[in-house]
Design a protein around this ligand. Structure first.
Ligand code: ASP
Ligand code: MG
Length: 408
């Protein structure tokens, strides 16, 4: 007998038929003698609808933050109640819980609250009576009993946090895909689900655009070494186990996956004086404008003047260019140019740590396809390049094949 936390996302509970299917799955675990704590998301796109409702009144108004959270949190409450009713009717006693009823204590930052503490007493009491607690995800309460929400996609974080405090065997996240894929299957049709992936790799894959899990949930799981299994509620496939490196397969392939991000842009300031403080003079005003900077390259100056290049999200390109042009005037740089048709691609894998030559292989594959690399950055488990957006798909396919990731 084991305790598992099972979280069902919006697509898994989109209708009453979906909820019945989910209930059967939970019942299957109960029949085997497992204890189950369930966490649910709002049905389908309900949170989007509530969000629009809030926006139509004016959700940016600071006075309304508290009410926005009361509104947004209702979606999960509906699912929790309906699923509890369905389970109970099937002969598996279940009981819904709001975040407040569990006592999921958060800070007071409405719409992006962080969990501070979870009281397990109420849940343990239900479990000991053979009841299935069904917890509304994505919500908590602050120390003044105000309802808070954890940020969009936050039910994953609720699930992992509950798994940690309840010392569950694993946290299962049910979604509409069969796990974490080697790359986006909509782009590369021979992409395949990974059997295992490390927390580190998952964080890189997620932040690069393979958005399967709430990033904070993965960080949480990694910190407390709580294994997460991502699986589809529409199939019986084994899914992907996300775990720490030690319990990971020793026969690691070099590369676990390829992440990419379209809609990137590159900005360049040419002929910048190579003196201390210049990087902060250039990037300070960009970050003051809340524009997120990703890759940064400054060339070695051959003649006291250098070129400074960085990437931003494409939607920020115009704004960033305007800021750079005024900075260029102030600091006497020669020219500001840019390119808003670039993409970023990263190969990710813990296998790189112990193998030389991964970068060389990557560059060779790209050169064989005549794809020009515009920027490069590396970390211990990742190599990222910036290329022209029109070659992105070609590059992903070629690398996917070259690193042996294609499904057979
Ligand atoms: N329902 C919330 C959202 O759509 C939370 C979640 O599903 O994780 O963002
Ligand atoms: Mg989600």
């Amino acid at each position: 007998m084991a305790l598992v936390v099972q979280k069902f996302g919006g697509t898994s509970v989109a209708s009453i038929e979906h909820i019945e299917r989910v209930a059967k799955r939970i019942a299957g675990y109960r029949d085997r003698g497992d204890e189950v704590v369930v966490v649910v998301s709002a049905m389908g796109k309900e949170t989007d609808r509530l969000d629009e409702l809030a926006k139509s009144v004016g959700d940016s108004d600071a006075d309304f933050r508290r009410e926005v959270d009361v509104l947004l949190s209702t979606g999960e409450q509906v699912t929790a109640a309906v699923l509890s009713m369905v389970l109970t009717k099937m002969g598996y006693p279940a009981k819904s819980f709001t975040g407040g009823q569990v006592k999921i204590l958060t800070d007071a930052s409405h719409t992006k609250a962080r969990i501070l503490d979870i009281d397990t007493d109420n849940l343990r009491r239900e479990l000991s009576q053979g009841t299935v607690p069904v917890v509304a995800g994505f919500q908590g309460v602050d120390s003044d009993q105000n309802i808070t929400t954890l940020g969009r996609g936050g039910s994953d974080t609720t699930a992992v946090a509950l798994a940690v405090v309840l010392e569950a065997k694993e946290c299962q996240i049910y979604t509409d895909v069969e796990g974490v894929f080697t790359t986006d299957p909509r782009v590369v049709d021979v992409a395949q689900p990974l059997a295992t992936v490390t927390f580190e790799e998952m964080l890189e894959l997620a932040s690069q655009g393979s958005r399967v899990l709430h990033t904070r949930a993965v960080e949480f799981a990694s910190k407390y070494k709580m294994p997460i299994r991502v699986l589809s509620s529409f199939s019986d496939a084994a899914g992907t186990l996300i775990t720490n490196e030690e319990s990971h397969n020793m026969e690691q392939p070099l590369i676990s996956g390829i992440a990419f991000m379209k809609d990137e842009a590159q900005l360049m300031m040419l002929g910048v004086k190579d003196i201390p403080g210049i990087a902060s003079r250039i990037l300070g005003p960009i970050s003051d404008a809340n524009i997120e900077v990703d890759m940064i390259v400054q060339n070695v100056a051959a003649d006291k003047s250098t070129d400074f290049t960085f990437t931003v999200r494409r939607e920020d390109y115009e704004r960033a260019t305007a800021i750079l042009e005024s900075v260029a005037q102030e600091i006497g740089a020669r020219e500001v140019t840019g390119d808003n048709k670039i993409a970023k691609l990263s190969i990710v894998g813990v296998g790189m740590k112990s193998h030389a030559g991964v970068a060389t292989k990557m560059f060779k594959v790209l050169s064989e396809e005549s794809i020009n690399i515009q920027m490069i950055s590396t970390s211990e488990i990742k190599i990222s390049v910036v290329i022209e957006e029109k070659y992105l798909e070609l590059a992903v396919r070629a690398l996917h094949t070259a690193f042996g990731l294609d499904a057979s």
